[in-house]
Design a binder for this molecule. Structure first.
Ligand code: HEC
Length: 138
């Protein structure tokens, strides 16, 4: 083999070995946070004040349909696409979802019931779970 081709082959092999040692994509991370409350590093997500339940699905259900009755008369919201986007006068965007999840301010600028936790997430985790809600919950 030509020396240059050999080096190229080694470089390509090293690149693919590297990416396969980090298998979790943003999509996997968002799903994991939503369903289990653990991000791709295994870190449990936290809220301030502490959340009544440890993950999104525990309140919003695995499919995001919501309707779960919680303390203080709170009922979890439907997070599926029709409820958040197509059925809204001011549809949720990625940025509006990130704001709702981290600060509890909804798409109309109103404060959500405090039973919806104010999540303290890294920028990447906040993005990934918001993106999961926006694109994966049909
Ligand atoms: C302890 C229960 C609980 C957990 C855990 C929880 N939520 Fe909620 N969430 C609620 C409730 C209750 C509401 C509705 C609040 C209201 O009616 O004002 C809500 C509302 C929302 C809304 C606003 C929807 C709308 O119609 O404006 C979004 C977005 C949302 N949750 C996303 C999430 C995500 C993402 C997670 C996980 C990171 C999560 N929630 C975890 C209880 C919860």
């Amino acid at each position: 083999m030509h020396r240059f081709m050999l080096l190229l082959a080694i470089a390509l092999a090293a690149t693919s070995a590297c990416s396969s040692s980090h298998p979790a994509s943003s999509d996997d991370n968002g799903r994991s946070i939503f369903q289990s409350g653990h991000d791709a590093n295994g870190t449990q997500i936290v809220a301030e004040p502490p959340a009544l339940r440890p993950n999104c699905a525990a309140c919003h259900r695995m499919n995001g349909s919501g309707g779960v009755h919680l303390p203080n008369g709170a009922v979890s919201a439907d997070l599926r696409h029709k409820a958040l986007v197509t059925g809204q006068k001011h549809p949720y965007t990625l940025a509006l979802l990130e704001r709702a999840i981290s600060t509890g301010v909804d798409n109309e600028g109103q404060a959500l019931n405090p039973v919806m936790p104010r999540w303290k997430l890294s920028g990447a985790d906040l993005h990934d779970v918001a993106y999961y809600v926006l694109t994966a919950l049909k």
